[in-house]
Each structure stands twice: as structure tokens, then as C-alpha cells.
Design a protein around this ligand. Structure first.
Ligand SMILES: Cc1cc2nc3c(=O)[nH]c(=O)nc-3n(C[C@H](O)[C@H](O)[C@H](O)COP(=O)(O)OP(=O)(O)OC[C@H]3O[C@@H](n4cnc5c(N)ncnc54)[C@H](O)[C@@H]3O)c2cc1C
Length: 425
């Protein structure tokens, strides 16, 4: 087996050139550490490039405490990392390396040109400037610890070259989760650290489109509903709710509200359950408010057919579907429908039922729910409590946030903290 750079071990080897790994590399490189960054894909930052539909929603403007709270009860674990590198520090950092940022809606932070490539280019230039060695096409397949050093075996993914073993004093695992495997993260980190005693919680795909049983959604394909409200229609799980824009697809639903919602219900689907949900598509109005709204519209125009009336609130195809579901004649005036039909329509407008039956698994999952157990990592430093000199950052650990720049900020913040802590060893 070939050995590279055997004479002098690296100060730091980082596995995975995503947001977390690159930030750890730059932070340690700025502290004069000899850093090697190993990436299995031919190019660095494949997932970062795809973020935000290529616009890269880097972070958001929430105060640190609210930001960590959005990650649920485990959010406290990330407080140290976020305090060390919050959204102000992130914007200052990118400004320093040549990318200004903006927050056009006052919440989500993007690179000013809304182009993820600018972020990638700036990180790459900064890594060069601080002397980080970057090797692509190097998939790490084995980690061994002998005395105080780690031996890292990495093979070329095309398998045309023999594997190489690198040695290092400190090792950073920044291999990401398991979602969108074509962008590199395939869950390697879980297996690689199992040999070092680490455990991975159950993992679930999260943030992806959902499939529903109702075939009518196909007719509404591409209809977009702003600010929809989704809730699980099972008493025990009623608190599982989300709000945001919703888009119908051929087989189900997608859009920001679905991404957030899917984080909550994949564990239920994994138990083999079909999940009944209710969707409010009329800006959160309850039945009484819907009734008033329709009355108001009718007093503006007494000649509206039922279909025309619904179309003042919803897209045309969805309005047609709701007429069918309530057995209303779309061409009849609303007041001419039977009382029970009118009530069914009002009910459907306030809460349209759907049944979630599945998803595409990790293939289309933007993030992974679950990861390396937090109890095995010291949150002050992100160092393993089990193996000295081993650090974790980014999505590989058991933390996941909602849509809106949360996950990238976590990747950058934890990468920064690791870069600092690993540099003082
Ligand atoms: C399509 C899409 C859009 C998204 N948009 C946003 C957004 O706008 N805002 C936001 O906050 N979050 C977004 N996310 C989530 C966010 O991108 C991730 O949470 C974040 O990039 C995780 O960063 P990471 O560095 O931990 O992991 P990754 O970016 O996944 O990087 C891990 C790297 O490790 C490499 N690797 C894995 N195993 C090995 C190995 N054995 N050897 C060598 N290298 C290895 C992988 O190839 C990969 O490059 C999006 C995700 C997707 C999929």
C-alpha cells in the first residue's frame, strides 16, 4: 500500500469538503496548521453548490437563542458553536474573503449575487491562501488509531489507483449525512467511526417531497399555495404542524412547508403508518372566516358561479377539484348549491384532507434526521469523548434544522469551532 507524506504527519486531516469541512480547514489553516482536506468527489462543495436552488441560503437573521431553539430540544448542544460563529460572524467572514451578503426578506441570508458558485470560489481561494492541501477523488475507507496518530486510508473512487494511507495527529469527520447521495454524502461517516466506538442514532430522510394517496393532486400539479398550514390529523401527533408555501406535484406535495413538515413525519411513515393530514390553503382562515370571506366576495359580485368564487381564493384546477370533492356543480351560483354542499365546500376550504403514504427516501432528502450521538461529543470543542483527537462537524452529527439557512449556518459554525479546538491540541 502506498504511503504519502509519511515522514511528517499532518496536524489535521479533514474528511469531507462540504461547508463544515472547508470552514474547519480554513480556520485551522489560518492558525498555521498543516491541513489536508480529503474529498471523495472530483470537486469540492458539490452540495453547497446545489443549496437554495443554486442561490445558497447561507443563514438567517435570528438571534442565537432562537436559532438554536429551532433545532428542538437538542439545540442547546450547538450553543457554543453558534456563539463562537453566528450569522454576524458568518457575514463578516464572507465579506472578508470577497463575498458580500444580503437578506432581501430581512430573514434569509444569501450571497449578494445569489449565486452559490461565488461562495465556493471564495472558500477555495481562501483555502489556497492559507495553505490547505485539497485532494479530490479520495474516498476515505478506513480509519485506524495507533498510539497518538490516526492512519487514514483513502482510495480513488474510480479505483484506478492504489489506496493511500495518510497520517495525522488530529482528525475531523465532516462527511455530511446521507441525503442526495449523488452530491457525495452517503453516510460513510457513521460506519467509519463505528470502529472507533461511536454510535449513530436511527437515521431518517428529511426535507423532501411527500407522496399522497389521493389521485386528484395530479390535476393540480404545479399549483402553488402561498402560506399554507399543514397539520397531522392524528390526535397524538396534532402538534406536528408547519406553515409555508405549498406546491402540488404529480404524486403528492412539495415546497418549503412540506420540507419542514417531512422532517417531522418520516419517523411515523417508517413505522409503516399512513399519515392523515389537513391542509389549510386560505391563509389560516377557519370555517367561520372562510364563510365571511365568501359572503364578502359574493356581495362584490352576485353573478359569480361557485367555480369563479373559489377561483378568487385558489388556482383554477384546485377550485375545480374542490367542487368535485364536495359534489358542487361548478357552474351554479354558490347560494344555489344545497346547504350541505356549501358547508362541505367551506370545510374543505378550511381543511383539505390528504393522506401521506410515502417519500423517495434519501435520494431526494435535503437533510438527514439523526447522526452521531450527541452524548459522545463534547459540545465545547466538538471533540469525541471516546477518541482523543477526533472531531465532528456539520450534518454528520445528530442535529437537523428547518428550512431557511439553519443547516448551513450549523455546518459553518461547527466547522469553525472544530478548526479552533483542533488547532490547540
Ligand atoms: C439540494 C439541497 C439544497 C439545500 N439547500 C440548503 C440551503 O439553502 N440552506 C441550508 O441551510 N441548507 C441547505 N441544505 C442542507 C445543507 O446543504 C447541508 O446541511 C450542509 O451542506 C451540510 O454540510 P456538511 O459539510 O456537513 O456536509 P456535506 O455538504 O454533505 O459535505 C460532506 C462532504 O463529505 C464528502 N465525503 C463523504 N464521505 C466521504 C469519504 N468517505 N471520504 C471523503 N469524502 C467524503 C462528501 O462527498 C461531501 O462533499 C440543502 C441540501 C440539499 C441537498
Amino acid at each position: 500500500m502506498a504511503l504519502e507524506s509519511t515522514t511528517k504527519p499532518y496536524d489535521l486531516i479533514i474528511i469531507g469538503a462540504g461547508a463544515a469541512g472547508m470552514m474547519a480547514a480554513i480556520t485551522a489553516g489560518r492558525r498555521d496548521k498543516r491541513v489536508l482536506l480529503l474529498e471523495k468527489l472530483p470537486k469540492i462543495g458539490a452540495k453547497l453548490k446545489a443549496t437554495g436552488g443554486g442561490r445558497c441560503n447561507l443563514s438567517n437573521t435570528l438571534p442565537n437563542e432562537d436559532f438554536t431553539e429551532a433545532f428542538g430540544k437538542d439545540g442547546r448542544f450547538m450553543q457554543r458553536a453558534i456563539d463562537a460563529f453566528d450569522h454576524h460572524a458568518l457575514r463578516a467572514f464572507f465579506g472578508e474573503i470577497g463575498v458580500e451578503t444580503d437578506a432581501p426578506d430581512g430573514f434569509r441570508i444569501f450571497p449578494a449575487g445569489h449565486n452559490s458558485q461565488t461562495i465556493l470560489d471564495a472558500l477555495s481561494t481562501e483555502m489556497k491562501r492559507v495553505g490547505v492541501e485539497v485532494r479530490c477523488n479520495k474516498r476515505v475507507t478506513k480509519i485506524e488509531k495507533s498510539n497518538a496518530l490516526f492512519n487514514i486510508t483513502a482510495g480513488c473512487i474510480t479505483r484506478t489507483k492504489a489506496p493511500i494511507t495518510y497520517t495525522t495527529q488530529t482528525l475531523v469527520l465532516a462527511t455530511g449525512g446521507k441525503g442526495y447521495p449523488q452530491l457525495g454524502a452517503e453516510g460513510d461517516g457513521y460506519a467509519l467511526t463505528a470502529d472507533l466506538g461511536h454510535t449513530t442514532t436511527p437515521i431518517y430522510p428529511a426535507m423532501m417531497p411527500l407522496e399522497v394517496a389521493e389521485k386528484w393532486v395530479e390535476k393540480c400539479r404545479a399549483d402553488t399555495i402561498p402560506n399554507a398550514h399543514i397539520t397531522v390529523n392524528i390526535k397524538k401527533y396534532r402538534k406536528l404542524q408547519a406553515r409555508g408555501d405549498l406546491i402540488f406535484t404529480r404524486e403528492g406535495i412539495r415546497g418549503p412547508v412540506v420540507l419542514d413538515f417531512s422532517r417531522e413525519i418520516t419517523p411515523l411513515l417508517d413505522k409503516g403508518m399512513e399519515v392523515p393530514i389537513l391542509i389549510n390553503m386560505i391563509k389560516g382562515m377557519d370555517e367561520e372566516a372562510v364563510r365571511k370571506q365568501l359572503k364578502g366576495k359574493l356581495s362584490d359580485n352576485t353573478h359569480y358561479t361557485t367555480l369563479q368564487l373559489l377561483q378568487t381564493l385558489l388556482p383554477a384546477s384546485l377550485s375545480e377539484v374542490l367542487c368535485q370533492l364536495s359534489d358542487a356543480n361548478p357552474l351554479l351560483g354558490f347560494s344555489k348549491q344545497k346547504g350541505a354542499t356549501r358547508e362541505r365546500l367551506i370545510q374543505l376550504l378550511a381543511w383539505t384532507p390528504l393522506t401521506v403514504i410515502g417519500h423517495n427516501g434519501f435520494d431526494k432528502a435535503m437533510i438527514t434526521r439523526g447522526g452521531i450521538k450527541l452524548g459522545e461529543i463534547d459540545h465545547h470543542t466538538m471533540e469525541s469523548k471516546l477518541t482523543k483527537g477526533l472531531f465532528f462537524c456539520g450534518e454528520v452529527v445528530n442535529l437537523d434544522g428547518p428550512c431557511g439557512g439553519y443547516n448551513l449556518q450549523w455546518a459553518f459554525s461547527s466547522g469553525y469551532l472544530v478548526g479552533i479546538s483542533a488547532s490547540v491540541l
